[in-house]
Design a binder for this molecule. Structure first.
Ligand code: DQA
Length: 155
């Protein structure tokens, strides 16, 4: 099972960026935690971060046919980017939206996500654990999709 993790702008500065809000773990440390959790779940992780909207669009476009699922923390682009929304719509890959912080407990401009209604679900507010919880949720969802419960496909 392949899971891609897509990280948006300024997440490369985790560890030094507003540590009182985002904690002191670096993005590399979060990546290590996700990979550590992925191994026993049988998931292979592809990790990507960019500060550039176009690069994120291309990374999402490349998911088509290349991954089973994704975790997406689009950071500030979550709240602004129709281009990322269109990319996610175009590739039709199941994903979980993740955020370190609880975006609904913050400024109003962060309450809206242009991706959330396209996601299987959203994990926000648990710091680096949001990624681990999102991974567990994504893998669980994919496993259920592979082996639907009896009757689950009946309408
Ligand atoms: C964030 C929340 C966004 O509002 C913010 O712009 C970020 C990080 C989070 O993980 O909490 O850069 O996505």
């Amino acid at each position: 099972m392949h899971i891609a993790v897509i990280n948006g702008p300024n997440l490369n500065l985790l560890g030094v960026r507003e540590p009182e809000r985002y904690g002191t773990a670096t993005l590399a440390e979060i990546e290590a935690r996700v990979r550590e959790r992925a191994a026993p779940l049988g998931a292979e992780i592809a990790w990507f971060q960019s500060n550039h909207e176009g690069a994120l669009v291309e990374a999402i476009q490349a998911l088509r046919g290349a991954t089973d699922g994704a975790l997406i923390n689009a950071a500030a682009f979550t709240h602004t980017s129709v281009a990322l929304r269109d990319a996610v719509l175009a590739v039709d890959v199941p994903f979980v939206e993740v955020h370190l912080s609880n975006i609904w407990a913050r400024e109003e401009e962060r309450h809206k996500s242009l991706l959330a209604d396209l996601a299987i679900g959203v994990v926000a507010g648990f710091g680096p654990d949001s990624y681990v919880l999102g991974l567990e949720a994504m893998v669980g969802w994919l496993r259920r999709a592979e082996r639907p419960e009896p009757g689950a496909l009946e309408v």
